[in-house]
Design a protein around this ligand. Sequence first.
Ligand code: 26Q
Length: 842
Amino acid sequence: MYSDEVEFLAAPEPEADKKEIIEKALRCLGDDEESLSTSFLHYLYYTFGRYLESSPYYLFKALSYIIRDRLMVRWRETWLSHHRADEKKAYYLSMEFLIGRSLGNNLLNLGLEENVRHALEELGLKLEEIEEAERDAGLGNGGLGRLAACFMDSCATLELPVTGYGLRYKYGMFHQRIQNGYQVEEPDPWLRHGEYPWEVQRADYTVSVSFGGSTRMYKDPYSGRLIVHWDQGEEVLAVPYDVPIAGFRNATVNTLRLWSAESAEGFDLSEFNAGSYFEAVAEKNDAETITMVLYPNDASESGKELRLRQQYFLVSASLQDVLRHWKRQHGDDFSTFVESNVFQLNDTHPSLAVAELMRLLVDQERLEWDEAWRIVSNCMAYTNHTLLPEALETWSVGLFQKLLPRHLEIIYEINRRFLSVVSMKWPADAARMQRMSLIDPHDRIRMAHLALVGSFSVNGVAALHSRLLKEGLFRDFYELWPERFNNKTNGVTPRRWLAAANPGLRVLLNETINDGWLTDLSLLQQLEEKADDEDFLVRWEAVHRQGKQALAELVRERTGVCFSLDSLFDVQVKRIHEYKRQLLNVLHLVHLYARIKAEETDNWTSRCVVIGGKAAPGYVMAKQIIKLINSVATVINHDPEVGDRLKLVFLPDYNVSAMEVICAGTDLSEQISTAGKEASGTGNMKFMMNGAVTIGTLDGANVEIREAVGEENFFLFGLRAEEVEAQKGSYDPQSVIDADPDLQRVMELLRSGHFNRFEPGIFDDIIASVTAPGDPWMTLADFRSYVDTQEEVATAFRDRKRWNRMSLLNTAHSGRFSTDRTMEEYNREIWNLRPIKVSVAE
Ligand code: 26Q
């Protein structure tokens, strides 16, 4: 088959005259305004047959293509440099890459923003309006998916040879509409109206992935070795679509390779001739189902066969891709594979990679088990993203038998050998063997255990989380292999989350520090010198006010509610989950409402509260919480006695693009999860970077945020993780209510049906959950401390100078939360890659 790889690596230098023609044709496209404008008009007119007056969507498409063109030479050079260098490479395996929009980000990273803006202005067009026409690539649920996208940005910026592997879902994260206060899910056809301008199909790298069938063993007549053959059932094609990931102000363009499932049978003529037209076409649909839609749960939904198919499809296609490339350069010699390749598993979702790489090496490449295991267990690294035991993935042995019979055998063999190691260390400790086995007592495969056993590195995503993993969830494994455990505190990319999201602040920072902070965020520390400079604080507030203005506009567009810019903008946006405690936020708002109604309003601070986020479609309680927020909002916003003192909105369809507006316009960031439950959080970092002050529990990365900014610049409340754990089983919400008249008043209002006059009983489940003895989220336990701390927030906000100072110090100390730092740590302590400089002839 024709392949670029052959062309790039094996082809002889073209003859001199041909080379000249090629080089002339491929000379970098101009980045000056005139060249940009010419290219843009060419696409618009000649490729899309549109005019300047056409819909913003076509203007966006034309603009994206001219930017993609300008990425191409660097992309090819990066590819060549990485492969010529014969250096170690890393592969980030993830079921989710929550990319969002790319136009603005690519303009920023390529340094083309200003020239493009001016070129468009000449044509009477506004860059921002064109950017708005891009749909979000919503190929992820939330934190874990967005983290993968931020990692890709930082790796390219640090010139690290890292390839992302993921799935090209035809339908991304659903769109959320609110109807009568309830969430309604609508499909996200982000690829409609033709293709995604940022992707390039690479059909010549297509691989085949199989499912089902059965296995049989035979003796190889030549070697006498026992060979297992997998008689594969159905076969599906994995077609790669590559998305360029441009580094910031360098020539690196890394690759995010997304696999799309296509039928291998397709329109097989022999089938048609056999008269099975219908079956042939139906089979095609079956195959394509694999990458049809992203699962919209951000906690494991156990047992769904299609999800397991998706995971295996990702893992098998990606590993085959890497192995094929390896064999082109090294033939059958795998002895140095570990020195040249490392796979980072984004949670357990791609942990089948452990079994699949064993299969490929043992069954296909005919390596001995021990040699294959040495390779596999030294090139896999696993990142855990949850502390909730109920969120750990398991798959039934029965489903594996049906879908991946060979992998089941391999997992049994891994487990047999692993348990013998365990029994050597702890002889006759049957309970421990049970706890550590890859198979649980209900005959389900524990994917986290597979990942732990098959990886040389295991990391949590914040210091507290990593410590709790060692002490709790993975304690047995920590005792066996302490050296494998490490922490890598999450981050966010400052290019998207500060420079692009907050242009006003970017200008102010550039003026105050110079623009070095864009690649070394620790430089923001220099802002500290300005913390007591009153003139500077006034400018700080003015910049922040621009952000608030934009957020107020977004809120008005989506909800019709008007926010006053002088109020405290108090924001909680994240997936809706009981452990994230949106309910605690609501209880506080009902408390404020009750105070207003009782005229307890001396020294009042006006608040505008935003809550946003999606509920998993099957998570009934989360959906009721959304309804409650909307019901409380309706009462508050329509009560003339409340007026401007309090506003509440549920912002529909929270996504990456919304967060870009929200984070720059927020005063108070709500990070109020039950301590010990949120692995890290990353929204907390976006807010901090943009100068929001946090009210939060000692959970996830909040701990490190507070350490960085200083306790006087962070509003801490609530039980500690240890206290939550200690009260497990004995926690009694009724005694908390009995001891607190404010909480009694709040519960009374809820129970009275005040917020659901015409829908009696709809909040009974919610009320029952927070008052249930042993409520695992301990919402009421933190009520008093939360309300009191919110009062301190209100007081601090009225002191403009004090608040602006706190805000500035939050930005100043956010340097640690750049994914540049996170990636440097992954690289130094796990991957050990050498940065590879890419240069292009200008
Ligand atoms: C698993 C099986 C079946 C269906 C869905 C899933 C699934 C999908 C997504 C399970 C979990 C997720 C996503 C989890 C997630 O986003 N976790 C968050 O990761 C962030 C990045 O590390 C952390 O900051 C958050 O604390 C953590 O909740």
